[in-house]
Design a protein around this ligand. Structure first.
Ligand SMILES: Nc1nc2c(ncn2[C@@H]2O[C@H](COP(=O)(O)OP(=O)(O)OP(=O)(O)O)[C@@H](O)[C@H]2O)c(=O)[nH]1
Ligand SMILES: [Mg+2]
Length: 334
């Protein structure tokens, strides 16, 4: 490991293991189609009520208000909802809607178009090495879990992965990361609790360079986006690691919890202002979150949407896809 870094013993990791959801194997839990599971979870039927009334009737104020309410319930936000309704109104005036399905399909198209330019997957290029992904986000958003999922994904792609325990703040954060390291068979660089996160990531980057690692995934402590000193800590991590590679971090990924609703917009804006995000991943779409907030974020920030998480297991994540996401928010048959 790095000069001052050390790998935590697996004993601690085993202890912590008891507080994490156990890993289920793929065989033990056959997956239905990923997006059909997401569709089930998102329960898009709530959006369908107003649309069912559209055929044979103009999108008048009364209907627009009903549709707006349904969009707001899906966390779409006031401005994005207004834009959607305006576009739907124009399309309705132009083409009419033959039936409820035509109206739904028009709404899906509108949502897809609003998200399409943000649908840019994270591809690890051949250079630079190591490719550093810095994970940021508020408390409990799913940063560490997403690192575990990404480690699995990149390992499956044949890439050499290493994890850096940049969360030196929360008790047991290192052990949680260590469990994910063990599950994926990848090394974890860590220091003692309370260590400077910038030093941890710096050392881990050097260790990754020395070991020919392809992708270094760096965890950070959860923070409130309005807590200035925590943001300063992140800014320092970025500044310090740039001494080793001026182009690093190569991805600064914000993890957002879908169940936080509109608050995610402020989080995205404030993290972007502090460190300059290059990607957003949304978690917990299986846990009551509607995910419509991505439409609000898409209007405000030009930051790609990378992945969506729908569970606690390593396989419960997929690349963001605008069309599939829109379809999940609004299924054809509801
Ligand atoms: N249902 C569900 N749970 C998730 C998902 N992603 C993460 N979790 C759970 O959410 C909780 C918090 O996840 P963590 O990965 O520890 O979040 P974090 O951002 O690292 O949290 P801090 O380290 O405290 O800042 C854990 O219980 C995870 O298992 C998801 O996509 N779906
Ligand atoms: Mg964490």
């Amino acid at each position: 490991m790095g000069a001052d870094g050390r790998t935590w013993g697996s004993g601690l990791a085993k202890l912590y293991h008891s507080t994490m959801p156990p890993e289920t194997t793929e065989a033990a839990r056959p997956r239905s189609g990923f997006f059909s599971r997401l569709r089930d979870k998102l329960g898009g039927s709530r959006l369908a009520g107003a649309l069912g009334l559209l055929p044979g009737r103009p999108l008048d104020d009364e209907l627009a208000e009903e549709l707006e309410t349904e969009l707001l319930l899906a966390d779409v936000g006031v401005d994005a909802a207004a834009e959607i309704i305006e576009q739907l109104r124009r399309r309705g005036a132009r083409e009419g809607f033959a039936d409820a399905e035509a109206a739904r399909s028009a709404l899906r198209d509108t949502i897809t178009a609003m998200l399409a330019s943000h649908s840019r997957p994270l591809a690890i290029p051949d250079r630079p090495r190591p490719f550093l992904v810095l994970m940021v986000g508020v408390n409990g958003a799913g940063k560490t879990t997403t690192i575990g999922k990404l480690a699995r994904r990149f390992t499956d792609q044949g890439l050499k992965v290493m994890l850096a325990a940049g969360d030196t703040f929360r008790a047991a954060a290192v052990e949680q990361l260590q469990v994910w390291g063990e599950r994926n068979g990848v090394p974890v660089v860590a220091q003692q609790p309370g260590a400077d996160p910038a030093a941890v990531v710096y050392d881990a980057f050097q260790a990754a360079q020395a070991r020919g690692i392809d992708v270094l995934l760096a965890d950070t402590a959860g923070r409130l986006q309005n807590k200035e000193h925590l943001m300063q800590e992140l800014i320092k991590v970025v500044r310090v690691v740039r001494k080793l590679d001026p182009s690093a971090p190569h991805e600064i990924m914000l993890v957002l919890d879908a169940s936080q609703g509109q608050n995610a917009v402020n989080q995205a804006r404030q993290f972007h202002e502090a460190v300059g995000l290059t990607g957003i991943t949304m978690t917990k779409l299986d846990a009551g979150g509607r995910g419509g907030v991505l439409l609000a974020i898409a209007r405000q920030l030009d930051v790609p949407f990378r992945f969506i998480g729908v569970g606690e297991q390593a396989a419960d994540m997929d690349a963001f896809d605008a069309g599939e996401f829109a379809a999940a928010l609004l299924p054809a048959s509801s």
